[in-house]
Design a binder for this molecule. Structure first.
Ligand code: SF4
Ligand code: SF4
Length: 501
């Protein structure tokens, strides 16, 4: 027992009375938790490697396994919890920056859970979504400030390029490299079937997925991986990634070990080389610089694609969004601090940025106050967990929501939070062929379509309950929300009354 010994976080319990020694758990665990001792013909367990991904538990044919959180650990107190002490030990051992995946797990307020949705009762009665038409389509892009007519008085129907979504949801940016080919294939097929969009993230577009271009948002990040003319023209929209909710102010790093032949070709970088995206775009230091890139991309695509600018939700997000709206961008995507990632410095993930709910309310209000809300659409992301979160986001002012973690859960993710290891036992955040094969794209697509179809039904029910028959009519209608357990300042920023008012 050295100074750096820490008791494993999880205990793997095997019921010997049930186990039939089939060896499935040994084969299923890429972390090497389960092993077979050939000499003594016994199964053994190395709990120190367990991340509680639940793969062995799900695949054990006789339910002989369970994984429980260990009760052993440091002696905690209100100031020093077990995790904090573990992190000090880890850094004392390695001298390195701690890395973590997925979103901020700290117990900051989740404002979605402190907002309640209205329902009609006697007057303005509810609408039955099973019998009445109910519109869930939204269009993202610039809108005119007022109805425009030509010289003969006819309404001008010419609009800037728009994205049409059957429901106000898009799949968040996740790069090929951070997630597997089969995960991307699932997202692309589902987006096509659902009439929505998925997003390449910063990893370029695999040649097989050009076929899904009409449902693809292609991203241009600071590393410019895989960006060239055909790529820009392949997508339905282009997203400039300035920031990400999980790691505001930080660039990206895909280790060379994950850059195999296919990823190297897609990203247009040498095989085995680290893919490092710098924190800033080295050609953008002002809104004027951003404007140049927005118009360069529009020029390269003959003004046929909307341009999205994605930023992390940070302290002065309202002013930042106002600047972006004036840069010529068609859509602003704001990513809250609970948004997921393949890997981020733990301190950044857990301490930088602000909740998406407050950022959204502040941005929508600022753009309205400045009379430029029509010039941009707003997409928000950063832990949109259910159709209720979508409805609340739209009522707070969003046009649509990015959904990332919930989509991964639909694909089989068990939120074990070990994506950075590249050993995802569910075939999602990995490039190892024996693991990626575990995710069947057809099945993945079916589950994503099911999830979004269920959300669509629920959105219609909530709209109908409010007596509203179109999601566009809910946008920014904060009177449909009431706060619960919020202080005056929070209510003021969210622009909602307290329940009972
Ligand atoms: S999968 Fe279950 S039954 Fe098979 S060896 Fe492991 S614990 Fe035993
Ligand atoms: S994607 Fe895989 S590694 Fe990452 S949290 Fe989900 S199950 Fe775990």
């Amino acid at each position: 027992m050295g100074q750096d010994y820490m008791y494993p976080e999880f205990e793997v319990v095997r019921r010997e009375d049930r186990c039939i020694r089939c060896g499935i758990c040994v084969k299923q665990c890429a972390n090497g938790v389960h092993g077979w001792d050939k000499t003594n013909k016994v199964l053994h367990i190395d709990e120190s490697k367990c991340v509680n991904c639940q793969r062995c538990v799900c695949f054990c044919p006789v339910h002989a396994l369970k994984i429980v959180k260990s009760e052993a650990g440091f002696r905690e107190n209100a100031n020093w919890d077990n995790q904090t002490m573990k992190e000090v030990y880890l850094q004392a051992k390695t001298g390195g920056v701690l890395l973590s995946p997925m979103g901020n797990p700290k117990p900051y307020p989740i404002y979605w859970d402190k907002l309640l949705i209205n329902a009609s009762q006697v007057t303005n009665p509810p609408i039955d979504p099973l019998r009445e038409p109910m519109e869930t389509r939204v269009f993202l892009g610039k809108k005119p400030a007022a109805v425009q007519r030509d010289a003969e008085g006819k309404i001008c129907c010419q609009l800037e390029p728009q994205l049409e979504l059957a429901i106000p949801v898009l799949f968040s940016a996740m790069s090929y490299g951070s997630i597997s080919y089969n995960a991307h294939a699932s997202l692309a097929q589902a987006a096509k079937e659902l009439g929505i969009y998925y997003n390449t993230g910063e990893g370029g577009l695999h040649e097989d997925f050009y076929a899904y271009g009409a449902n693809t948002i292609v991203q241009v990040a600071s590393g410019r991986f895989g960006v060239y003319e055909d790529y820009l023209n392949a997508g339905a929209a282009i997203e400039i990634k300035m920031g990400q909710g999980a790691k505001p102010g930080i660039g990206g790093h895909l280790p060379g070990t994950k850059v195999g032949a296919d990823i190297s070709k897609t990203r247009m970088i040498p095989e085995g080389s680290d893919a490092i995206s710098p924190a800033p775009h080295h050609d953008i230091y002002s809104i004027e610089d951003l404007r140049q890139l927005v118009y360069s991309l529009k020029e390269a695509t003959r003004y046929r694609k909307p341009v999205i600018v994605k930023v992390a939700a940070v302290h002065n997000i309202a002013a930042i969004a106002s600047g972006i709206a004036r840069s010529g961008a068609d859509i602003i995507a704001i990513d809250g601090f609970r948004g997921g990632t393949g890997a981020a410095p733990t301190r950044i993930r857990d301490n930088v940025g602000i909740p998406i709910e407050l950022a959204l309310a502040a941005v929508d209000q600022r753009l309205r106050d400045e009379g430029i809300r029509n010039q941009v659409s707003l997409i928000v992301g950063g832990s949109i967990r259910s159709s209720a979160d979508v409805v609340k986001a739209v009522a707070l002012g969003a046009d649509a929501c990015y959904v990332g973690t919930a989509a991964l859960l639909a694909l089989g993710c068990h939120l074990c939070r070990s994506c950075q290891t590249g050993k995802c036992n569910w075939g999602i955040a990995t490039q190892r062929q024996e693991l990626t094969e575990r995710l069947d794209p057809q099945e993945g697509c079916r589950r994503l379509v099911n999830l979004m179809t269920a959300w669509k039904h629920e959105i219609k029910e909530m709209l109908g309950g409010m007596g509203i028959n179109s999601i566009e009519a809910l946008r920014g209608n904060r009177l449909m929300l009431r706060g619960i357990g919020l202080n005056q300042k929070e209510l003021e920023i969210l622009g909602v009354y307290h329940a009972g008012e």
